[in-house]
Design a binder for this molecule. Structure first.
Ligand code: C2E
Ligand code: CA
Ligand code: CA
Ligand code: CA
Length: 279
């Protein structure tokens, strides 16, 4: 398979030829999903050591009329490959901004940031900055309340363009989180030159923190790196109290994971908001 970048590459590698018609069916269904209102957003809180919700990550969901729930790890690569990620990504950002405004303007919830995933295809699209600006302007959303999550690989593969786009986002006051941090291989010297604000430690390093000393060393290194570069460090995929305690002992101050709650539909996010505080 040709390297088309990131998850797409994985997707093709995992695909068997007999699954191809299946893929086309799913893709044509995805094309209609947006118009038919089959997409919706879930929100997962990111909580600091004081038990304050500092942000909510926006996670896309697709309820297919016949297949039921289709996992993002299945349809996001499809959306990337087909280019559908562009309109879908715009819909995600606009919908999340409007939802957040509804929560905060009516003071239904206290302030927290919105953290939105951006895939490679979106990030490198020539229209990306224009579309972000348009959505911010149309919704009146404060760019300083927005975090965009990008994965490490982008920066590695498309340095010039990535730096340009990151600087433009930074100018607007938008924060950048490097998602799945540790799974790529960014050089420290490069990271230092980029306007990024947050490192999100990948779930795979949070797993088995009590028994896996390699993971402990990795997490420790990321936290130290973050501190020396003045970046916030978050840990995703925290499932157990043991993991939480380990992370806190290592100095990680922001936590996200099933231990607090799985991603929730908007209504449930509001209803459960006051239970998100960490123990
Ligand atoms: P991600 O950005 O790394 O998101 C974190 C994933 O971990 C989410 O999976 C979330 O539901 C899951 N998760 C959260 N806490 C835990 C935990 O404690 N344990 C475990 N095992 N998992 C946890 P999800 O929602 O299935 O999303 C998968 C991926 O799909 C995301 O990975 C992201 O790369 C992509 N994705 C989701 N929504 C969007 C979107 O709106 N736009 C784009 N471009 N990509 C998206
Ligand atoms: Ca993410
Ligand atoms: Ca992640
Ligand atoms: Ca991930």
């Amino acid at each position: 398979a040709k390297d088309r970048g990131g998850q797409t590459y994985m997707f093709y590698d995992q695909l068997h030829p007999e699954q191809l018609p299946e893929r086309h069916m799913l893709e044509s269904d995805l094309r209609k999903a947006l118009d038919r209102g089959e997409l919706h957003l879930n929100y997962q809180p990111i909580v600091d050591v004081e038990g304050v919700v500092t942000a909510a990550e926006v996670l896309l969901r697709w309820s297919h009329p016949e297949r039921g729930f289709v996992s993002p790890s299945k349809f996001i690569p499809l959306a990337e490959e087909s280019g559908l990620i562009i309109p879908i990504g715009e819909w995600v950002l606009r919908t999340a901004c409007l939802q957040h405004l509804e929560w905060t303007s009516k003071q239904e919830l206290p302030h927290f940031k919105l953290s939105v995933n951006v895939s490679l295809r979106q990030f490198l699209n020539h229209d990306f900055l224009t579309s972000v600006d348009r959505i911010l302007e149309q919704t009146g959303f404060n760019p300083e309340s927005l975090i965009l999550e990008i994965t490490e690989g982008y920066v590695h593969k498309h340095v010039e363009q990535a730096i340009f786009v990151l600087k433009q986002l930074d100018k607007r006051g938008i924060q950048i989180a490097v998602d799945d941090f540790g799974t790529g291989y960014s050089s420290l010297s490069r990271l230092k030159t980029l306007p990024i604000h947050i490192l999100k430690i990948d779930r795979s390093f949070v797993r088995h923190l009590q028994s896996d000393s390699t993971n402990v060393s990795i997490v420790q290194a990321v936290i130290q790196m973050g501190q020396s570069m003045n970046l916030k460090v978050m840990a995703e995929g925290v499932e157990t109290v043991e993991e939480l305690m380990q992370l806190q002992a290592l100095g990680c101050t922001q936590i996200q994971g099933y231990l607090i709650t799985p991603p929730l539909p908007a209504k449930e996010f509001v209803a459960q908001y006051h239970q998100f505080a960490m123990m």
